[in-house]
Write a protein that binds this ligand. Structure first.
Ligand SMILES: Cc1ncc(COP(=O)(O)O)c(C=O)c1O
Length: 446
């Protein structure tokens, strides 16, 4: 029996009985999506992909200009990644990392460790960015208790921050996106200003000095606060943050989930910022967008505080069932090699410069655009609606999708997150479609 017919028999709503959207809405609950409005918002139902294009169930093609929510780096269906996955399938798909090891995971950790800019890191694997952040928060907390130091129970985080949607990650995040409903569940943090405020880093340094005795760690998205609509601080400002953490003996967690793996021009943004964190959260692009994998890297100082007797209290009593999934690790290892073999960072530098020029020529000057923020291949175009409630972000994005370029906004910020292997023609097409869609939408609605 087809899913739709089964659901009709069960009395479920049936917006488009025979279409994929109706079948989808009948059984799938989409994240950060109002499901009552979902079918009317003309969602794209992807069936397959080629290169940097997604192809829907009707055969229509969309240039994936959001890298499938910022995860896809090299493209969809990369033969080398497919092959790495198949080879690993012939060995083993998954085996637990709780108390045992797996060869491909060791090889991945060996390849990643020297690239992180950290002192002798050990990697604790998980599956999502939020889980990597959650692990970092718990490790930072236990680092102090393992040494018999009490009272180091708080975190300093930034305004506008987003670190994922589990309760700990949500707590260090600054709220928004409708998540305020969870406020009663969030723990309190010391909050520095967001990156839209030029005093963000100096104020954070003052707060570190003031609250050092109670801080377990500082958590920061180095260089770019992605979910804040690409709020950027210059790399030169971050050294002071690292220095303040060292001076006041507070751990530093760099959340590289969004900015890692080449997105901002260097393999990791911490590198540009001159930060050598104690803990680093990795996710999203780690497998090139193929499979769910994340990791928390801990430097030697942190890791060694967990060593002790077998089954003793210093142990990290934390670990997920799919930690270090072998298929994901195989793809992640090949992906890391391809970033070097294909000189991907050179393309990021060239395409970011091209993108900056095109945005300056076509988008920044539009009356309905208040600001364009860019770092590498991360762009936020802030629209300037004359009144609230016009939903310009959604309308502009829908126009882009109609024109075959997949965009998803953050409120009234149009996000561009082209893949790291994008061609000059694809960058031109993205800017052209976005500029035209902004002009058309804003002319019609203001
Ligand atoms: C900086 C940052 N940290 C953590 C996360 C959470 O990652 P995930 O959605 O994989 O849980 C995100 C997601 O956008 C992010 O941008």
């Amino acid at each position: 029996m087809q899913a739709t017919h089964y659901l009709l028999a069960m009395g479920a709503p049936d917006p488009t009985p025979t279409g994929w959207v109706g079948r989808d809405a009948a059984v799938v609950w989409h994240g950060f999506t109002q499901m009552a409005a979902y079918p009317d918002n003309r969602p794209v139902i992807v069936e397959r992909a080629e290169g940097r294009e997604l192809i829907d169930t009707d055969g229509r093609r969309y240039l994936d200009a959001i890298s499938s929510l910022w995860v896809t780096t090299l493209g969809h269906g990369v033969p080398e990644l497919d092959e790495a996955l198949r080879n690993q399938l012939n060995r083993v798909a998954h085996s637990t990392l709780l108390g045992h090891g797996n060869r491909i995971v060791i090889e991945l950790a060996e390849a990643l460790a020297p690239r992180l800019g950290m002192d002798r890191p050990h990697l604790l694997f998980a599956s999502d960015g939020a889980a990597a952040v959650e692990q970092a928060l718990k490790i930072a907390f236990q680092y102090w208790t393992n040494q018999g130091i009490t009272g180091r129970t708080r975190y300093l985080a930034f305004g506008g921050a987003y670190h994922g949607d589990t309760i700990g990650a949500l707590s260090v995040g600054a709220g928004g996106f409708g998540t305020d409903v969870y406020d009663p569940l969030r723990f309190d943090v010391v909050r520095a200003p967001g990156f839209d405020d030029p005093t963000a880093i100096p104020v954070a340094c003052q707060l570190i000095a003031r609250h050092a005795d109670s801080l377990a760690a500082v958590i920061v998205e180095p260089l770019v606060q992605g979910a804040a609509g690409m709020a950027v601080r210059p790399p030169s400002e971050f050294a002071a943050l690292g220095a303040a953490c060292r001076r006041h003996d507070v751990l530093l967690i760099c959340d590289e989930v969004a900015v890692g793996f080449g997105r901002t021009g260097t393999l990791f943004a911490s590198e540009q910022c001159g930060l050598a964190p104690d803990l680093m959260a990795l996710g999203k692009g780690i497998t090139g967008g193929y499979l769910a994998l994340s990791a928390t890297a801990a430097n030697e100082r942190v890791y060694s505080a967990f060593l002790g007797e077998d089954l003793g209290p210093n142990t990290l009593y934390h670990g997920h069932s799919y930690s270090g999934n072998a298929l994901a690790a195989a793809v992640a290892l090949r992906h890391l090699q391809l970033i070097d073999e294909w000189a991907v960072l050179d393309n990021v530098a060239e395409r970011s410069a091209q993108l900056a020029d095109l945005l300056a020529a076509r988008v920044t000057k539009l009356a309905s655009v208040s600001e364009v923020r860019q770092q590498g291949l991360m762009v936020g175009i802030e629209l300037d609606p004359p009144t609230d409630g016009l939903r310009w972000g959604r309308t502009v994005s829908a126009a882009c999708v109609d024109a075959g370029v997949l965009i998803r906004p953050l409120g009234d910020v149009i996000v561009l997150m082209p893949m790291l292997t994008s061609t000059p023609e694809e960058i031109e097409r993205i800017v052209d479609v976005v500029a035209t869609s902004i002009e058309a939408t804003c002319a019609g609605q203001s």
